[in-house]
Design a protein around this ligand. Structure first.
Ligand SMILES: [Zn+2]
Length: 355
């Protein structure tokens, strides 16, 4: 919950700055002032009548985010790094903002056997959309297949963007999803957030990891407040638990090898994760189930299987020099684990692997 707080804080700050600026421009508009003096009746120009030219850029606590002040006394956030995403074809091709599906002319069989999805790097971070226990898992259900996971939450809990991305869909869906926000990420992955009480973003918005994109609700076909969360690639769903450990709020892979057979409704993460604990038994089961053991073997091991990694969430005032001794490690080791430089700017809420 660090990041949403942070966004709130810096929204206030920006409003304050914009307010100050507004005061300044009104005082410093000589033409306006003399016109008022001549007629004797104060005239307040309507916002929409004023020209909207960028006047100034103000830095914020986040080094990647600036505030642009416009000549009509309005302001908006500017995130150069996110705007650069616009050049990626993934944000223009198969980009349907009216319908939940946007890859209708691509068949499952046309997808490559494995797609390597880079999930995080030194620039792109991860944030768990909500943290909680999965009540209803991905997979076949009696009446209707379940293409996502259900995580019960209190109504109004903020739902956060898992990664940077662009909003492809944000509205009420009559098909049962209720208020639905779909975010497409630079690697082509889409995250779907359903039954929201309220969407907090609009189609075309760029979102940053950890940004509040909506609030938990029970709109659409939902019994009780919960987040129904889906992960899709080229419209095809796969079990989100392959990627996310919702209970601990963790990402399982830095690079995820998404196999085509995961798109089957019968392909469940819980079975594959158990396989890592009990390889012999699981391999037998896999061999009985299908002949794709080789493809499955190409999947990188979850972080938990490679020596219990420890993470630190960056808080206000944190520096590497203080984090390292806390975990009995060195700055160099933390840099190595996270692919960062010792001079890298740490961001509030950033997840750092420390061991
Ligand atoms: Zn559901």
């Amino acid at each position: 919950m660090i990041i949403p707080m942070y966004f709130r804080i810096f929204a206030h700050r920006s409003r304050l700055v914009a307010g100050l600026f507004l005061g300044l421009t009104l005082c410093a508009a000589p033409g306006e002032a003399s016109a008022q003096r001549r007629t004797g009746t104060p005239v307040t120009p309507r916002l929409e009548e004023l020209p909207r030219r960028p006047m100034d850029t103000i830095p914020t606590a986040d080094p990647e985010t600036k505030v642009i002040i416009f000549s009509n006394n309005t302001w908006e956030y500017y995130r150069p790094e996110l705007r650069r995403l616009d050049r990626l074809p993934v944000f223009s091709e198969h980009w349907d903002t009216a319908s939940v599906f946007s890859y209708r002319n691509i068949e499952l069989g046309e997808l490559p056997a494995t797609v390597d999805l880079r999930m995080v790097d030194s620039l792109g971070q991860f944030c768990c959309p909500v943290q909680g226990k999965v009540l209803s898992k991905y997979g076949p259900r009696r009446r209707r297949n379940h293409h996502g996971v259900d995580i019960p939450m209190k109504p109004g809990e903020p739902v956060l963007a898992a990664f940077d991305g662009k909003v492809r869909y944000a509205k009420y869906n009559t098909g049962g999803y209720g208020n639905l926000v779909i975010i497409r990420h630079p690697n082509g992955l889409e995250t779907w957030h359903s039954h929201l009480m309220k969407c907090n973003v609009r189609v075309g918005d760029y979102v940053k990891t950890g940004q509040v994109i909506g609030y938990v609700g029970q709109t659409g076909r939902a019994f009780g407040p919960h987040l129904h969360f889906e992960t899709r690639y080229c419209d095809q769903s796969f079990d989100p638990e392959f990627l996310f450990d919702f209970e601990n709020g963790m990402l399982r892979y830095q690079t995820f090898a998404l196999n085509r057979d995961y798109f089957s409704i019968y392909s469940r993460a819980s079975e594959l994760l158990e396989e890592d604990d009990e390889p012999d038994l699981a391999n037998t089961l896999l061999a009985e189930a299908d002949d794709s053991t080789m493809i499955r073997a190409a999947q990188p091991k979850p972080a938990s299987a490679t020596g219990a990694p420890v993470y630190h969430i960056v808080k206000k005032g944190d520096i590497l020099g203080r984090i390292a001794p806390k975990y009995g490690t060195t700055i160099a080791r933390i840099c190595q684990l996270n692919g960062i430089d010792r001079n890298s700017t740490l961001r509030l809420g950033q997840r750092l692997r420390v061991r």
